[in-house]
Structures are given as structure tokens and as C-alpha cells.
Ligand binder design. Sequence first.
Ligand code: ATP
Length: 350
Amino acid sequence: MKTLMELNNIQKSFGKTKVLTGVNLTIGEGEIVSVLGPSGCGKSTLLKIIAGILPLDDGTVTLDGAVVSSSKQTLATEKRNINMVFQNFALWPHMKVRDNILFGLKIKKLDAKEMETRLQEVVNLLHLDGLIDRYPAELSGGQQQRIAIARALITKPKVVLLDEPLCNLDIQLRIEMRTEMAYLFRSIGTTVFHVTHDPSEAFAMADKIVVMNNGVIEQMDTPMDCYTNPKTQMVAGLLGASNTIKGAKINGNTATIGSDTLSVRPFQVDGDTNTVTLRFRPEACRWTTTKEDNALSVTVLLSTFEGNCYRIKLQTASGDEFCILGQEMIAPNTNGYVSIDANQLYAYGQ
Ligand SMILES: Nc1ncnc2c1ncn2[C@@H]1O[C@H](COP(=O)(O)OP(=O)(O)OP(=O)(O)O)[C@@H](O)[C@H]1O
């Protein structure tokens, strides 16, 4: 895959606060890269640097072989052949959909016939028939989002930047739109740099996920690799391994918690190698009434109904609390066991 964009040692501070401290990333032509991370980790700052909205302090952004940002120069956004879709869609309220979509082409002074041809292309691509003579206020959230994407695509940019593009939509529409966007961008081979704090959105859309924390990249892998092999505790927590047991003693791949022993996924411990923190997803656990392999003894604290399952909060003999999912309510104070899939039981040095 041909490299289209390269971020090399990007550094950025606001006053004395360092926000990006050496970000390196390569994006191939046609690749969809999703950047995930907690609030304040620097995702939007990185996107704005790529867009040319913010200057960087050190490092370079290279687009199609040419340096577009360095500490010495910042090429203007409109000269980068990059377009952006914002979280609030940023449509002009006083312009009809047609004029919103054509805005970028009018600035480029394309001839009228070519503009109409391109308009028809994006109308077909994004199923906008019947909408182009309306004003944005006359559209649903999902329709506005499709107009924003049409406006970004019509100029045929080298890269489309998506800044939390679905966060203002309700959950059902978000699920529909992320599938639609993944299909659309793949089918036309668009290169996409996508910022989100929603792991499901990143999983659904990305070829490559970049997990950021405190201004650095913590892990960069395929969605499947990030999910099955989170390299740090932070990544594990972000990607659903919310259950935590601290202070487990480790010997090889066997962890001991009180009188229970558990096999864990083979791992490389950094830090204290005798004591680890275990992380696992509720979905990796199974409730049993007799002790099976790789099980912890537990007591039920509470079951809450979640529609398609119950979330059951449990406590181990040593006082650690965690949750599992089950199809039935289990009464408080019931004693039992939780068997955990060793392949999904992650251990991290403390
Ligand atoms: N213009 C600015 N001036 C000063 N500080 C800023 C500015 N823009 C961002 N910051 C700070 O930089 C840090 C990173 O902000 P950024 O918006 O990149 O985070 P983010 O990961 O996109 O967060 P969120 O998911 O909440 O949007 C935050 O601590 C923020 O307060």
C-alpha cells in the first residue's frame, strides 16, 4: 500500500501543557485509521494539526510526499486537498443542501457542468435524492450527517478527516451510520483519519486503530489485534476489559488470588514481575455452581436487568469486586464460581 500521509515526531504544547509528545504514524492510500482515546488525550489536537488548523511545535506532517506542516511552516487548510466532517456537521443554515454540498467546488470555480455531474455522483452515492432543495433545518440528524459527508467528498480530497462524526446522533442511528460510512469509504477507496472516543465505532470502521493516551500512541494495530491483545492496562480498560483484580501473585502464566489459581494469557510483564493486575471482560466469564477450570470463588452482590441480559456484580473472598453477564437473575449472597477464559485474561505488571 502506498504511503499517503506520514506524521513524524509530532510535538504540541499549549502554554506549559504538553499535549502531544512525539506522535509517529503512517497512513496508507485508501486506509481508514481510527484514533481512540479518553477525553483530553490529544486526539482533536492531532486532527487539527493534520488539517492545518493548528501549527505544530516540532516534527513534520507529510502528505503525498510533500511536507505540509513543520515548525517552520503550516500550509493553509484549503491548499492541502483534505476535507473535514465535524461533529456538529457545520452545515450553513441559510443555504439549501445543494449549495452546502457545492460550496467547496464553487470556491475552486469549477465549471457549472462539472459541478452538476459531481453533485449527481454524491447524491447517488449517499442516497440524497429528494433532499437537495431543502434547508439543513428540514433534515433529520442522519440526513444532515450524509450531507456533511457529501460536501467533504465532492472535492475528491486525498484525505477525509472525521472528528467524532456520529456523536450527536442517537444510538440506533450511530450503529446504522457507522456501517454505512465503513461501506461507503471502502467502496470508493477514500483515505480516512477518524477521531472517536467510541471503541465500537472504531472497530466497525477502521483498518488500523491508534489508541492514544496522554499525548502518545499507546497501541497501533488492527481492530482484532487491539481487541484480543491489548498491550497495556489502559488499552485493555478502554476496549472493554473493565474488570480489574489487583495484587495477584504471578508465576509463569499462573496467577494466584487468595486460594484460587488462574491461567492467564501469555504476556510480557513490565514493572514488578511478582505481582500483577488482572484485567478481563464480563463477556469472558461464565457463572457455575460447581468449581470448573480457571475459576474464582465468588459471592453475588447484585443483579441488574439490562434488557438482553443481567449484569451480575460479584465479590471474591479477598474483597475484589467485578461484573459478569448472564441470562438469569442470581439472588444476592448466592455463592458460586466464575470461570474465566484464560485466553482473555490479561495480566499487567503493576
Ligand atoms: N486551544 C487550546 N488552548 C489550550 N489548551 C488546549 C487547547 N486545545 C486543547 N487544549 C488542551 O489540550 C488537551 C488535549 O485536547 P484535545 O481536544 O486534543 O483532546 P481530545 O482527546 O480530542 O479530547 P475530547 O475527546 O474531549 O475531544 C486538553 O487538555 C485540552 O484542554
